[in-house]
Design a protein around this ligand. Structure first.
Ligand SMILES: [Zn+2]
Length: 436
């Protein structure tokens, strides 16, 4: 457990040079204590540890400052100054209301002698009062999250959020973490599946994840290790493989990267609110010359270039309103209409890269509400982008193929420990995967 601590150290060094006439009160007490055993036989009182301290929790309220919480713990005036001098991580100007402080005070004492607060999911801060004039000591403790591998299967009835919500009980992952899982799955399949419109009832999502658990019993999502998403009877696998000993890349069952030349959708799934993102949204058919795909999304949602390209248009264009057109390889162009505004500095001739934010959702031109109009043109003709248009994924480098294959086999056995049922029951199956 790496500890970092600060505080007025070096006390021993200083006391060695204390002049005889300048003995502190603390040293006198110490001297008297040393003399005890030689005078009387002391009878030790039974020590009841549980009653030695009062312990309670306090919460930083709205419009409260750190000093308010500390004052309730008896830390004010000089004690407050001493406390603040010892802390390097508590910033009284940057504290979230709702922050919980664990406070401990010795019975009968007016001032708390220990205060704990969770800084973030990974760290807890302990402030300990050293007594006398020694002030406070700051210790930062790493929270040891235990990792477990879990698999889950969700069957789509309306959308990805609802399917995961139904499949995973609160005791496995709390609701916000389940939403995070939906976003993470969509990010893995960003080049392959548009989760806002490709899914249909009966499609299946299987995923093998790391779940982290803190000593206090909090649970959160770790990495996605493997997944299988079946859309219209056609399965797509994803296996995490640590290519450069950094961020793992995802490869399919044949060892090809899930990254392609084109993203499946110009809006990031996690940027579309669950209100819009999950549901199959009715297409707004009010625009006569409509030949594209509409994405309902909140005003200001970032719009991504779906592939590397060059800006060929960025300006007002009739019914499109604020329009961006990009030119890509192989005679493909993409168009993004009704934007509220363009990314700062965007101009014709500029090179943009895949996933770069080029503009923001709006309702300019012939539009009845904030949405993005997206067109995919092959040799000038609006086309419904097919998987072949996205290009092929890069294969695992030849010298890593054997390592990938053994990873894939192991992950597949954890993802699908038994035969896949022919007719899956609606609802869910959650089970712990073997971890070997
Ligand atoms: Zn449209």
């Amino acid at each position: 457990m790496p500890l970092r601590s600060w505080g007025p150290g070096g006390g021993g060094q200083a006391s060695r040079y204390v002049a005889a006439g300048a003995l502190t009160a603390g040293m006198l007490v110490w001297a008297a204590h040393e003399a005890w055993p030689s005078r009387d036989v002391m009878v030790a009182l039974p020590i009841v540890v549980t009653s030695a301290y009062d312990e309670w929790a306090d919460t930083l309220g709205r419009r409260e400052m750190l000093s308010d919480v500390l004052q309730r713990a008896g830390i004010s005036g000089r004690e407050y100054v001493s406390f603040m001098k010892a802390t390097h991580v508590l910033n009284p100007r940057r504290m979230q209301p709702g922050l919980i402080f664990e406070i401990r005070r010795q019975k009968g004492q007016p001032v708390a002698n220990r205060l704990g607060v969770r800084l973030d999911p990974e760290r807890r801060l302990w402030m300990t009062r050293l007594g006398g004039d020694s002030g406070w000591r700051e210790i930062i403790q790493d929270i040891p999250w235990a990792t477990e591998r879990l698999r889950t299967t969700a069957v789509i009835q309306s959308n990805l959020y609802d399917a995961l919500d139904a499949a995973i009980p609160d005791s496995f992952l709390p609701v916000r973490q389940r939403v995070g899982l939906a976003w993470a799955i969509a990010d893995v399949y960003d080049w392959e599946i548009d989760f806002t419109r490709d899914l249909r009832p009966g499609d299946r999502v299987e995923v093998l994840i790391e779940r982290l658990e803190s000593p206090e019993g909090e649970r959160r999502l770790g990495r996605i290790l493997a997944a299988r998403v079946e859309v219209g009877g056609s399965p797509s696998f994803a296996f995490a493989f640590d290519h450069y000993a950094g961020q793992p890349e995802f490869y399919d069952d044949r060892g090809r990267s899930l990254r392609r030349a084109f993203l499946r959708a110009p809006l990031r799934f996690s940027h579309i609110s669950s209100r819009f993102g999950g549901r199959y949204h009715p297409i707004l058919k009010r625009w006569r010359t409509h030949e594209g795909t509409d994405y309902a999304a909140a005003y200001g949602t970032p719009v991504r270039a779906t592939a590397d390209g060059v800006v060929t248009e960025a300006g007002r264009n009739g019914g499109y309103g604020n329009l961006i057109e990009l030119r890509h390889a192989n005679g493909i162009r993409t168009r993004y209409g009704h934007l509220s505004r363009f990314a700062a500095g965007l101009h014709v001739g500029q090179h943009v890269s895949q996933e770069q934010t080029i503009g923001y959702v709006g309702s300019t031109g012939l539009s009845t509400g904030p949405h993005l109009h997206y067109e995919f043109l092959v040799n000038g003709r609006p086309t419904n982008p097919q998987r072949k248009d996205a290009g092929a994924g890069e294969p695992v480098p030849a010298k890593l193929k054997a390592a990938f294959d053994s990873t894939r086999v192991r992950l597949l056995a954890e993802l699908e420990p038994g035969p896949v049922p022919v007719k899956p029951a609606l609802g869910a199956a959650v089970g712990a995967a073997r971890d070997d």
